[in-house]
Design a protein around this ligand. Structure first.
Ligand code: SAM
Ligand code: SF4
Ligand code: SF4
Length: 484
């Protein structure tokens, strides 16, 4: 479940001291899951000097997420490299956990928690796979070159595809994480030795412009290393003097989330936002970026309800020569294109194919590539539809459904992860028990039934990731929208 909006890293002038020649034959040795042909095709879409590892994030990136969790990127939630304040930042970066993830990539394997990227590579959606965002960073030896910050969930919106984990406006019960956020002044101080080496820093949320600690970090970065490209992922609804003033001092870039250019659809998706305000702010951001030669990009969540608008969105931003990126949306179930019926997927694919847009500039061509990548993925979902979708009659009892869930998780561990039957038993029981505990909290037979059906429909690696790596509050937040 990749909530992410990483930085755009196109503009580096590379000092290629060393070109890594790599035999494509050797890549990914010992990992049967990626077909060699697909792997070769994937690598052909990457810079020649960035084909040595399947992904460069663990070598160049450090990410600070909610509740003090330290990661190597926005998608790998299974393997974290520390927890602030218990783990000092330097220790997280140089510690055994980070080394283990890097070792996987040195051995040409995706690491355990990288299933989203792995899936997209397998689905030939090369242009939208997150690894690409890290190919463009220069080589690094000792220090991270990119820091990602997602420190708290303060947010003013209630977007229908988002959840309480990411937005305090959705998780009204927790109000916001700000009060219990572990990141403090000592955290800002610990960042200092890293700042001189940074090329980029990316700030997500919640809504970054509502997070006070970010302003302190920006001031600190601007003072120590004003060249850092500071990328803000914003919903675009907030603009004031404080923002304009910090913009004048630093090297800011904007990633703005716009899921529709039609007022009605936009406001349906981005609940509590005003389309006209956002568009007026977009003008300001665009003007700021154009006049300072900075990057502005647009991020779109392809959803069931805006699916027929995608070509129109690309065309609109193509006219302005703005890069458009697509978020991977696998949740909530009813809004995810991934889980639409086969005939709907087929219709959508042919709609896209008959609405391909014209591309002339480099930005437009890249947009077209990302759109085509999404069509490729759609195609994979159609091709593998029957094997991936488990349908269970609605009259199955909860006990019967739970047995099916047990089987699904068990075969994941036994067949995919190659654990013995006994080990798979243990691993499956742990997950089922956690699921049961959650359902005790929900305490409603109907919701339990619905949750079981959902668990049986969601991709298995998503179930495993969510149920093993997320806290109970997070999972409840996550399921809430599905169970409504
Ligand atoms: C969580 S938001 C935080 C930043 C800011 N509030 C915004 O909306 O841009 C980061 C990105 O996640 C995207 N997002 C929201 N819900 C999502 C979902 N269910 N799946 C994938 N991406 C999602 C948003 O559209 C946005 O581009
Ligand atoms: S492969 Fe994907 S999930 Fe894994 S570290 Fe790279 S970007 Fe993160
Ligand atoms: S603005 Fe961003 S964080 Fe807030 S609800 Fe929307 S997607 Fe989630």
């Amino acid at each position: 479940m990749g909530f992410s909006n990483p930085i755009i890293l196109y503009k580096y002038n590379f000092n290629i001291k060393k070109i890594y020649f790599c035999s494509l034959e050797n890549i990914n040795e010992g990992k049967e899951m990626i077909d060699k042909q697909i792997l070769n095709a994937y690598n052909r879409t990457r810079p020649f000097f960035r084909r040595r590892y399947l992904c460069y994030a663990p070598f160049k990136v450090i990410r600070f997420a909610y509740d003090g969790i330290i990661q190597v990127c926005c998608l790998n939630n299974l393997e974290t490299i520390g927890t602030y304040p218990e783990t000092p930042i330097l220790e997280a970066w140089t510690g055994e956990k980070a080394k283990a993830i890097r070792t996987s990539f040195i051995n040409n394997k995706f690491s355990e928690g990288c299933f989203e990227c792995e899936k997209q590579v397998q689905g030939a959606n090369f242009s939208n796979v997150k690894t690409k965002l890290y190919d463009f960073l220069p080589s690094s030896k000792k220090f991270p070159l990119l820091m990602e910050f997602m420190l708290t969930n303060n947010c003013n919106l209630n977007c229908i595809m988002c959840n309480g984990h990411f937005s305090s406006s959705i998780d009204e019960s927790s109000n916001n994480r700000g009060a219990s956020m572990p990141y403090d002044q000592n955290f800002v101080a610990q960042l200092e030795p890293f700042i001189p080496h940074l090329k980029s820093a990316s700030f997500i949320g919640g809504e970054p412009f509502m997070i006070n600690l970010y302003y302190e970090i920006w001031e600190r970065m601007i003072k120590i290393n004003p060249k850092i490209r500071i990328n803000i992922s914003t919903n675009g609804t907030i603009l004031n003097e404080r923002i304009k003033s910090i913009f004048r001092k630093g090297n800011f870039e904007i990633s703005i989330s716009i899921d529709s250019i039609n007022k009605q659809t936009y406001e349906r998706i981005r609940a509590r936002a005003d389309f006209d305000v956002m568009m007026s702010n977009l003008k300001y951001f665009l003007n700021y970026c154009n006049s300072n030669r900075r990057q502005l990009s647009v991020w779109v969540c392809p959803l069931t309800i805006n699916r027929y608008e995608l070509p129109e969105i690309f065309e609109y931003f193509n006219k302005l020569d703005i890069p458009v990126f697509l978020n991977n949306v696998y949740h909530p179930f009813n809004l995810a294109i991934r889980y639409m019926k086969k005939n709907e997927l087929v219709d959508l694919k042919s709609f896209y194919l008959s609405n391909m847009f014209y591309a002339k500039s480099k930005t437009q061509k890249n947009n077209l590539t990302r759109f085509s990548g999404f069509i490729n993925e759609l195609d994979t979902w159609i091709t593998h539809y029957d094997e991936n979708q488990d349908f269970f009659p609605s009259d199955l009892t909860n006990v019967e459904l739970k047995k099916e869930l047990f089987k699904k998780i068990h075969s994941y561990y036994h067949l995919k992860k190659k654990l013995s039957i006994k080990e798979s038993d243990v691993a499956t029981k742990i997950i089922i028990e956690k699921f049961d505990r959650l359902m005790v909290i929900i305490n409603d037979e109907k919701s339990y039934n619905k949750a079981l059906h959902l668990m049986l429909r969601y991709d298995i690696d998503i179930i495993i990731e969510v149920l093993t790596s997320k806290s109970e509050t997070h999972i409840l937040n996550y399921l809430k929208r599905d169970l409504l």
